[in-house]
Design a binder for this molecule. Sequence first.
Ligand SMILES: Cc1ncc(C[n+]2csc(CCOP(=O)(O)OP(=O)(O)O)c2C)c(N)n1
Ligand SMILES: [Mg+2]
Length: 497
Amino acid sequence: MNATAQAFAEKSPLVVISGAPGIKERRRNPLLHHKVKDFDTQQKVFEHVTVDSVILDDSDTAISNIERVLSSARRFSRPIYIELPRDMVSAQTPALIRNREVDVQRSFKPFDDGGARAEAKPEEQYKTDLYSMKEALEEATTMINSSIHPVIVAGVEIHRFGLQDKLLQLIDKTNIPVVSTVLSKSTISEDHPSYLGVYEGAMGFQPVREYVESSDCLILLGALMTDINFSISPTPIEQSRSIYVTSEKLSIRHHNFENVFLNEFLVSLIETPLGKRAPVSIEKLDDKSGSNPYHTSYQHFVAEKNQKITVKRLFERLNSSVTNNTIVIADVGDSLFGALDLTIHGQTEFLSPAYYLSMGFAIPAAIGAQLANPILRPIVIVGDGAFQMTGMEVSTIIRFSLNPIIIVLNNKGYGTERPMLDGPFNDILAWNYSQIPGLMDHGKGFVIETEDQLEESLYAAENIHSNELCILDIRLDIHDGSPALQRLTEVLGRKVQ
Ligand SMILES: Cc1ncc(C[n+]2csc(CCOP(=O)(O)OP(=O)(O)O)c2C)c(N)n1
Ligand SMILES: [Mg+2]
């Protein structure tokens, strides 16, 4: 349920397929095992975290209903729910009719996307309104061409709706610089010359924040307006300087345009007469913030013998393990904050639940990511607290012969919480993470206390144990934290008090 809620909040098109008692078993409403309340309770619960759902209780309509819900998942890039009573598994359906018109809207339930689209609308209202589009384009073109330093904020919908190539076309045509959000990190390769960095409000790299927040024309493409993405900043983004388009709405300054959506708007924008500018770069070697991901220590790590490992040094070293053949998966906590400073070379090679922020994402996500793309080796960065929630999925990892490198940030508990409010509730049982491969009789575990042990272990994980699961237990000081975490907890701590 929580995973589905996370997918809903972060616009991931998840398909939940759920078994149910057979239709014939339901007569006289018996107390069957697994039943919560009524036979439709499960569907009703899931309706709150899905955009469409169906119980396949009629073989005549089953196919069209499946097509409809799958189509809803694609349109809204959000989860759907399919329930299959057990005596319908082998039911015969009428022959499949191809190219059927799918009524996406038929069972679409209203949801509130932070005010974006609080009401369900009939399907035709999701078709682009050409008049609205024409006016929007005129206004957007004038605003962009007359601006002094525009910047594109590439949001997570660029990835969810497969619009990366279109984004690149817009950037190449205009030379407008681009940032990602925390949730959309690596939507564009971080080596792209027009890429400035991740915009993270107050916890981010200062020159990127200053560039974005002083822009006179922010082009927000498919970004979720979340606190983590945007507002934890002394000078947040202003609507009066923004073009804000998603798969559900478009506004330019304070004007709202009906029925103009991200994909069509982006395509049209590429075709409009937008001027080409001189390329922009920001001063990447400035290290005022103390956490500059472009600083030389990030590029050329040299391990110091017997030097106790710290979070900052760990990520500096990890940066050189991130290549075109890896995908970085970061769990919630300092795993995410530290990982934001890694440079991701490929497109969509960084995954993290950076909005809903539910702990326990990374280990199961590694299974999905590697099965979906076996070429990429996952580098999984996970806190000890998060690992204790879902870490047993390493068993599935081994069963499917997957080979992620799992970096456990072992700081004896909920490190992210300690600076805000500390107490015994932040402590967890100390596990010996490096012995898990031994327990499962597969893979290799390492204990890391110092920089040189980190260097040796990563070398072994990458060269000697490259085909198997590796778990690195990074023994950190209990109060250590990334520079980004220190800034974030300072802001949040003030709010909690
Ligand atoms: C399921 C869930 N429960 C609680 C939280 C609140 N929370 C955010 S970070 C955190 C601590 C995470 O601990 P750990 O995984 O060890 O990472 P660390 O903070 O130590 O880096 C908690 C409890 C959450 N985000 N998700
Ligand atoms: Mg921890």
